[in-house]
Design a protein around this ligand. Structure first.
Ligand code: AGP
Length: 603
């Protein structure tokens, strides 16, 4: 997720911009840049890597007296993390910074290129500034030019533009990603992606709504929506920076669970079409030569891999097998160049997964990474990568990264099925419809979270948890158990529901807590009978299902979804919140659990 800052005033601009970007570092980034406009001259600087690289580049630059400035930290979604792709992007006399994804950037770019406009970067963002200047160069009045440009954009965006044509004005627009306007009694004006860069500068802020846009100068702010001028309602800015970074949530993990709905929209953006999937990253990839898929990963990413095996075999009709990377490395595996080798990793730095990838590369296999961090070791090594676009995940216990991995793998299974002709158009259309519905499924219902919080007090002891499910709900059971183990330190195991009779049921008694995943769309009756076996032996049952289950000691009702994957994501949310609330009651450090690291870069 990128970060944006903007400033209008007489104070030294570089320091506000760099300090502001530093306050947004927690969002993760791989490059950064600033641009300052003063007396009709614009100075711009960009650098890859950490902000100190940008600070070094600008060490001899200062900007006193009145002027305006914009700054940006970039989390790569389109185009590698290079200086050329870093923001700001510029035209002839204007500069833009952008957070989000312009879903229709290809059409806009092709249209502009056909008119002879040259592009420097691989980004979606650059189309904004060239479209804006195209209108200006055609004589369109500047505010109209900005309004027309914004009205062309589809997707998620928080945009700031500065231009020599209006040296005291910052143009802004907001849709689906945050943008805040601030002011103080010194006449300074501010813009930022979050509260934290504004603390200590602004006193009053307005949180822009989706679809709002306008322009800001030292006198005032002009705010519009659908062409209608909007009234401005400022509110006082809170003062606590860490709280601001967590945006009011108790932990980064909680914030990341709540972010899953919006982050899922970004993962799908530009990839889910009306009745097909577009993965530009795989353009020219010949799946005709592929007759098997092998996936290697660790931990939560391994659970995503297990889930995807059901999807690849059902939808792509390709034999798929899943390996734990630390086992794969030493088993002397038989590798075949007709096998597509996929690695899944949030960090892109997990040692075992990276070594497994090297083995596949050395054996001449085609390799694909599903990863959240561009330019990571795994991304740099794989033949190609599909980024999950989850933004930085600070909680050690993975949540939104897992959700976006599943979405990406589901899209990949449909894409391959479509390319190989093994998926009929009707099925593809209904699957795409179900995919597009997931962001709304991932929206946390306050009432359900509150119920889980209250319920969690009953699950703080006992001699262990069984998480059980069938089909795709078996890897979800594994993941739910891992979430609980990681942050509550209580023992939990995930099991295929059908395995109970083969030994585990010996553990059943009132102190064994069973979290039963009982979806309506997948083997409900068979799962129900497995849960009845446990209940008959007095195990304490927490049933998660759209159907009432009278033998449950506790019950969390889910909605009547039409697609098993919708049920999967809804139950995933519940297991994440259950682990969170149990850990909170136990007083554990949810974001930094004992013994764990966010990225396991050693064996
Ligand atoms: C997930 O909650 C854990 N933090 C851990 O299992 C993690 O999934 C595993 O270490 C793999 O990490 P990666 O996805 O960055 O490769």
């Amino acid at each position: 997720m990128c970060g944006i800052v903007g400033y209008i005033g007489k104070e030294e601009k570089k320091s506000f911009l760099l300090n502001g970007l530093k306050e947004l570092e927690y969002r993760g980034y791989d490059s950064a840049g600033i641009a300052v406009l003063k007396e009709c001259e614009i100075q711009a600087y960009k650098a890859t890597g950490k902000l100190e690289n940008l600070a070094n580049k600008t060490s001899n630059f200062t900007s006193e007296d009145f002027g305006i400035g914009i700054g940006h930290t970039r989390w790569a979604t389109h185009g590698k993390p290079t200086e050329i792709n870093a923001h700001p992007h510029w035209g002839e006399y204007s500069y833009v910074v952008h957070n989000g994804i312009i879903e229709n950037y290809r059409e806009i770019k092709e249209n502009l290129q056909a008119q002879g406009i040259k592009f420097l970067s691989q980004t979606d963002t650059e189309v904004i500034i060239h479209q804006f200047e195209k209108y200006l160069n055609e004589g369109v009045e500047i505010h109209e030019a900005f309004t027309k440009t914004v009205s062309m954009l589809h997707g998620a965006y928080a945009i700031l533009i500065i231009t020599k044509k209006a040296p005291d004005t910052i143009f802004f627009a907001k849709n689906a990603v945050p943008l805040i306007v601030g002011k103080n009694d010194k006449g300074e004006k501010f813009l930022a992606s979050a509260d934290s860069p504004l603390i200590g500068y602004a006193t009053d802020v307005v949180y822009l709504e989706d679809g709002e846009y306008g322009w800001l100068n030292k006198e005032d702010i002009n705010l519009f929506k659908k062409g209608e001028k909007q009234s401005i309602f400022y509110k006082k800015l809170k003062e606590d920076k860490l709280c601001a970074q967590k945006e009011g949530y108790r932990f980064f993990m909680e914030k990341e669970i709540y972010e899953q709905s919006s982050v899922a929209s970004e993962t799908l953006m530009g990839r889910v079409k009306d009745s097909s999937i577009a993965l530009d990253e795989l353009e020219g990839f010949d799946f005709g030569q592929i007759n098997e898929i092998k996936i290697c990963a660790c931990g939560t990413s391994y659970h995503a891999a297990l889930t995807s095996a059901y999807l690849f075999e059902r939808l792509s009709k390709i034999k798929t097998n899943i390996e734990i990377a630390s086992e794969f490395r030493y088993k002397e595996p038989l590798l075949d160049t007709k096998t597509l080798f996929i690695v899944i990793s949030q960090s892109g730095e997990t040692a075992d997964t990276l070594e497994a990838l090297k083995m596949a590369k050395n054996s001449g296999m085609k390799t694909l990474a599903i990863c959240n961090v561009d330019n990571s070791s795994i991304v740099r090594l794989a033949d190609t990568t599909i980024l999950t676009r989850a933004g930085i995940e600070k909680g050690v216990a993975s949540t939104k990264a897992f959700a976006t991995q599943i979405l990406t793998l589901w899209m990949l299974s449909l894409y391959i099925g479509d390319k190989k002709g093994s998926l009929d158009k009707e099925t593809l259309k209904s699957e795409v419809k179900a995919l597009a519905h997931i962001p709304s499924v991932l929206h946390v219902k306050d009432s359900q979270h509150e119920k889980i919080r209250r319920l969690s007090k009953r699950y703080l002891h006992g001699h262990g948890f069984f998480y059980i499910g069938r089909d795709i709900f078996y890897p979800l059971a594994l993941e739910g158990a891992l979430k609980l183990k990681e942050i509550s330190y209580l023992h939990a195991e995930g099991y295929p529901a059908g395995e109970m009779k083969h030994g585990p049921i010996a553990l059943a008694d009132s102190e064994l807590f069973t979290i039963a995943l009982m979806p309506k769309n997948t083997l409900y009756d068979k799962t129900k009978s497995n849960v009845e076996e446990l209940s008959a032996r007095d195990a304490t049952i927490l049933a998660i299902s759209p159907y009432e289950f009278e033998l449950a000691d506790d019950f969390i009702k889910t909605s009547l979804q039409e697609h098993p994957m919708s049920e999967f994501f809804e139950m995933m949310l519940i297991t994440q919140l259950l682990a969170l609330e149990i850990a909170v009651r136990l007083g554990n450090d949810v974001d930094m659990p004992r013994n764990l690291a966010k990225s396991v870069t050693v064996e």
